[in-house]
Design a protein around this ligand. Sequence first.
Ligand code: CP
Ligand code: NVA
Length: 330
Amino acid sequence: MTNLKGRNFLTLKDFTPQEIESLLDLAADLKQKKKQGVPVDVHRGKNVALIFEKTSTRTRCSFEVAAHDLGMGTTYLDPKSSQIGKKESIEDTARVLGSMFEGIEYRGFGQEIVEELAKYAGVPVWNGLTNEYHPTQMLADLLTIRENFGRLKGIKLAYLGDARYNMGNSYMIACAKMGMDFVACAPEKYFPSRELAEECQAYAKESGASITLTENVEEGVKGADVICTDVWVSMGEPDAVWEERIRDLTPYRVTADVMKHAGRDAIFLHCLPSFHDLKTEIGKEMGERFGLTEMEVTDEVFRCDRSRVFQEAENRMHTIKAVMLATLGE
Ligand code: CP
Ligand code: NVA
């Protein structure tokens, strides 16, 4: 069984390929147990704190449902109602929460905040998304890929869009660790940082992975098994960047043509939420301002039979449960 007792889960950089694979095995087992109605409430009487300095649907619900399935209570701290950072330092918050809870989830801004929380909490801290990384999302994506292809090694994953933020960075790390072929398709200024790319090249050397950064969509997606993208403007970024992003990233939208150039059995992934139609406030506003009907992915691809976005979303819960179970001790 996976023994990660007492460990934090802050970025996949901190985990070996074997540890990542074993978390996926555990998640697959927990998924099966959930479907069969087999209880796993081995942490009855424990409690976890869920800090969200940015909004969430999937991550919050996954942590809450997974914690309840494990027998634990949850306390949700929303972006407005806690003292964190405003009246109380991260260090003091960590010491207080660490004395009451067996584990702490944090979603927020800089990675250094979740690192600081982990340094002083004395209990496992789980990164529910920072500007730089989204590691629990990666486990869900890797599980979805494994469910569809039966393996990770040698799978070619092409990410289109802003590749220097949490999703692009995290895909590059995950692929490099797991022996996959990672391609970032974006204008050069949206490539992951040179420093992170070099770090990932070192993982790739160990695992047999490859890393390609290209501006050419047709070349980048050629024969890919997985095509993925993310919103063009992330939470916490200023409204003012929309115009430039739309201009720069429209050529990197995932369209039916992109899927045609990918491998025959290629699947489409998106962490969600996604702007694939005008049924959201922001989508509608951007539609009116810029004359768009869809952004990073067309509605056609989002809904097509190669899209696995809802399987991926469900897998958030099973993989987050695995992270909590493994780090709290099975
Ligand atoms: N994918 C993801 O993290 O979704 P939420 O923002 O809804 O949690
Ligand atoms: N890059 C996105 C991911 C949302 C799950 C954001 O940070 O808003």
